[in-house]
Design a protein around this ligand. Structure first.
Ligand code: AN7
Length: 380
């Protein structure tokens, strides 16, 4: 491990969790100081819903590029550079491309991103563009892009940094570590959006590892057990894992891939999730479930979080809270539970959707004090 002259300085999740990650002692770490994101208590939301629950949001939108993808990307790009790779590639609904572009820029390597035409949020596109990646827009959706990227593994000298790259999940499992480290125990339930299904698989790996249990799935064999099982246990329990999908894009509810996924939550507009088996294993082994929510329910939760908690996440992220609130109402969550929800990305990623659903929120008045005073008194 490299020594820092500033012992109090946080240096990113690889340094923090190095012993549990497949990284050699002399490896050059490509980091943007990702991780260490806040666990924000959602007290207003919890009070309103009742049932004695405690809800915390793991706000992953506060990672350096504004989404949880940075956790996986620091590992994937560190490994790619260690292997001498000169270029990386990914298909993306937006956040993976923003993150890949940033880490490639930092490492000084090329980055190619395949994005679905017209279905990527503005902020994410801006990130990929200004960070110097080669943006390839395809007349197709994420699943088409993923298929093409997999073809490139043999057709071009590029390393794939989508979550089929095992190092991605290894990095992303650290979010579960942070939750347990912060709470001093595992939550009773963990709620999470599901798109390509890498993140739910990674969290389950992390929660399992911290409980000293090797998941029955192949998640850890990915790194050929270089993360050194059996690892010391930190806690004695694991949460129930609950994964939420958008109704128009819910292959886990259908039980098979969906051909034409559609949702306002473009981040999770994915019909053929790559981590299918791992995600099912996470839900089955934990006694959890999948469920789907309409675009209307998703946007309502996004607004609720912004208006009552001051937490602005993107639509795909809000689905974890939308689903939780519905499941509490339906009695699927035990009274008095400790619950964590991953808010995967920042609201600023998708300003168009936020503005569209806040129509009428801007008052237009003449530039004089009387008019402004009236507006204030009308809205107190
Ligand atoms: C905000 O960027 O797949 O189930 O290409 O951006 O691990 O795929 C994004 C996924 C949830 C779903 N929330 O996570 C991509 C991409 C946000 C996301 C997900 C994504 P996975």
């Amino acid at each position: 491990m490299s020594e820092s002259p500033y012992p109090g300085l946080y240096r990113g999740l690889i340094e923090r969790y190095r012993k549990r990650l497949p990284v050699a002692p002399d490896t050059r770490i490509i980091s943007l100081t990702e991780g260490d994101t806040p666990l924000i208590p959602l007290e207003n939301v919890a009070r309103a819903i009742g049932h004695g629950v405690q809800i915390f949001a793991k706000f992953e939108g506060l990672n350096p590029t504004g989404s949880f993808k940075d956790r996986g990307m620091t590992m994937a790009v560190t490994q790619a550079v260690a292997e001498g790779t000169r270029a990386i590639i990914c298909a993306s609904t937006g956040n993976t491309s923003a993150s890949a572009a940033a880490y490639a820029a930092r490492a000084g390597i090329r980055c190619f991103v395949l994005i679905p035409e017209g279905k990527i949020a503005l902020g994410k596109l801006a990130q990929a563009m200004i960070q110097g990646s080669v943006v390839i827009q395809i007349k197709g959706n994420f699943d088409d892009g993923m298929r093409i990227v997999k073809d490139m593994a043999d057709a071009a000298p590029v390393a794939i940094v989508n979550s089929i790259n095992p190092y991605r999940l290894q990095g992303q499992k650290t979010a579960a570590f942070e939750i347990v480290d912060a709470l001093g125990r595992a939550p009773d339930y963990h709620c999470i959006p599901v798109g390509n299904a890498g993140n739910i698989s990674a969290y389950w790996t992390g929660f399992s590892e911290y409980a000293g249990i090797k998941p029955k799935t192949a998640a850890c064999a990915y790194c050929k057990d270089t993360c050194a099982f059996p690892c010391p246990a930190v806690t004695d329990s694991r949460p129930v894992m609950v994964g939420y999908q958008a109704a128009g894009s819910a292959p886990f509810m259908a039980g098979h891939p969906v051909a034409e996924p559609e949702t306002v939550a473009t981040a999770i507009r994915i019909g053929n999730p790559q981590s299918w088996d791992l995600a099912w294993a996470a839900v089955r082994e934990s006694g959890g479930w999948f469920d789907a929510l309409t675009d209307e329910e998703i946007l309502k939760a996004q607004r609720l979080l912004a208006e009552t908690e001051g937490v602005f996440c993107e639509p795909a992220s809000a689905i974890s809270v939308a689903g939780l609130l519905r499941d509490i109402e339906r009695g699927k969550i035990r009274e008095g539970s400790l619950i964590t929800c991953t808010l995967t990305g920042h609201g600023l990623k998708d300003p168009d959707t936020a503005i569209k659903q806040s129509q009428g929120a801007v008052l237009e008045v003449p530039a004089d004090s009387t008019a402004v005073r009236k507006a204030i008194l009308d809205h107190l």
